[in-house]
Design a protein around this ligand. Sequence first.
Ligand SMILES: [Zn+2]
Length: 207
Amino acid sequence: MFPLRDVTPQRRIITTLVKNWGDHKPDLKIDFNNHCAYCHSYDGFRHTWFEVDHFVPKVFFAPLGNISLTQYDNLVYSCKFCNNNKHNKWPSKSETIFNNGIEGFEDPGTQLYESHFYRTTNGAIMWKTPLGKWMYTEAFKFDQRERGIRLLWNLNQLRITIKKLDPIVSNLTPSDPNYLRLYSQLSRFAIEYFRYHDQLIEYYSSL
Ligand SMILES: [Zn+2]
C-alpha cells in the first residue's frame, strides 16, 4: 500500500492578475509537480493532456466577474479525465462549504486530500473514508478508469527507476563487478517500460 501521491503539491501564493485562468497553467504545472492533482498521473505521457480545473466550480464565481475566475488558490492542475468527470459537481451548492464528510470535495492542494485515498501495490487507487468513496465513485470515477490509472502509474514508476539507474550503469566500465547485474536490471526495466507503454497506447485507442 502506498500514498496516492509521491509528493504533496503546494500552491504558492500568487496574486498576479491574469486575463484567463489558463495563463496560470505553467505555475500550476510547477506547484502540482507535473502530475494531475486528483489521480496523480504524470503529464509527460502525451496521451493525457492537462487542463486547469476550478476547484469550486466556475458557476459559483461567474457573477463576480473574471478576477475571481482566475484566482490562483482555486485553480487545480488536472488531467482531462478528472476534470471532465468532476465538471460542475459541488453537492453543498455553497462556495464556502467543500464537503459534509460524506459528499463533496477536499482541496487537492492540501495533504488532507490524500487522507481519503491510498494506492494499491499494483498502482490502482482505493478510497479509505466515506468522503473518499464519494469522490472515487461519484466525482472522478476512478473505478471506471482503473486500467488507465494503473498503467500510467506503473509506467511512471518505471520511468523514475530507469532515470535513476541509467546514469549509474553508463558510468560503469564492463569490467566493474556490478556492471552485468545492473545492466541486466536496467534492460529488464526498459523492456517492462516498453510493454506498459504499448498497453497504454492500446488502452487509449480503445476508448
Ligand atoms: Zn487525473
